[in-house]
Design a protein around this ligand. Structure first.
Ligand SMILES: Cc1cc2nc3c(=O)[nH]c(=O)nc-3n(C[C@H](O)[C@H](O)[C@H](O)COP(=O)(O)O)c2cc1C
Length: 189
C-alpha cells in the first residue's frame, strides 16, 4: 500500500507524528510525506522537533513547492491520502481545486482519480466558510475526520486521545492500529 500524508500548519502536529509512527510498523505500507512550511513551524513550536525528525519516519518526503514531484500526477499510483492536521487554508485550497502546492495538488489528484482522501481539519470555532468547504468535499466522498476526542474510552493521557483519533483514520483504510481503546458496548442492555 502506498499512502500520501500531507501535514499542514494547524495545531495538533503530534497526531501526524503518531500516524507515521504507526504506519512505520507496517512493512507493506509505503509513506510519501509532504509538509507545508507552517507545519514545520508548528512541529518546532509544539513538539520541539525538526522536519528531519519527521522525515526519518517516512519512506519518502517531498518539498511542498515541488509540483513536478511524482505525486503531482495521477499516473503515479497511490492508495489514497491523509491530510493531518488540515488547516482551513489547505481545506479551502482543496475545496476549490486551487493546486498551488504539492499537498493541494496531491489531494486534487486523489479526487480526480477516485482515490480515498481523508482530511483532518482543525479549527475552532468553525465559520460558515470552513463548514461549507467541508460539506462540499464530503458530498464528493472526501472523508472529514477532525481530531475530536472520545471520552467513552476513559482516556488517561493526551497520547490516548491521539491514538484514538489515529485509529479512526486508519480504520478507513482497513489498517490495524496499535493499542487504541474501542467501545465494546455496556454490560447492561
Ligand atoms: C502555532 C500555530 C497554530 C495554528 N493553528 C491553526 C489551526 O488549528 N487551524 C488553522 O486552520 N490554522 C492554524 N494556524 C494558521 C495556519 O498555519 C495558516 O493559516 C497557514 O497559512 C496554513 O498554511 P498551510 O495549510 O499551507 O500549512 C496556526 C498557525 C500557527 C503558527
Amino acid at each position: 500500500m502506498k499512502l500520501i500524508i500531507g501535514i499542514t500548519g494547524a495545531t495538533g502536529i503530534a497526531h501526524a507524528v503518531r500516524l507515521l509512527e504507526e504506519l512505520r510498523l507496517h512493512e507493506d505500507i509505503e509513506t510519501h510525506v509532504v509538509m507545508s512550511a507552517w507545519a514545520i513551524t508548528t512541529l518546532k513550536e509544539e513538539m520541539g522537533l525538526l522536519a528531519e525528525d519527521v522525515a526519518r519516519l517516512a519512506d519518502r518526503t517531498y518539498s511542498n513547492a515541488n509540483l513536478a514531484a511524482a505525486l503531482s500526477s495521477g499516473s503515479f499510483q497511490t492508495d489514497g491520502m491523509i491530510v493531518l492536521p488540515c488547516s482551513m487554508k489547505t481545506l479551502a485550497s482543496i475545496a476549490h481545486g486551487f493546486c498551488d502546492n504539492l499537498i493541494a495538488r496531491s489531494a486534487d489528484v486523489c479526487i480526480k482519480e477516485g482515490r480515498p482522501l481523508v482530511l483532518c481539519p482543525r479549527e475552532t470555532p468553525l465559520n460558515a466558510i470552513h463548514l461549507e468547504n467541508m460539506l462540499k468535499l464530503s458530498r464528493i466522498g472526501v472523508r472529514i475526520v477532525p481530531p475530536m476526542p472520545a471520552y467513552y474510552t476513559h482516556p488517561s493521557s493526551i497520547e490516548d486521545l491521539i491514538a484514538h483519533h489515529v485509529m479512526k483514520i486508519l480504520d478507513l483504510f482497513g489498517i490495524k492500529s496499535q493499542n487504541a481503546a474501542r467501545w465494546n458496548g455496556t454490560a447492561e442492555t
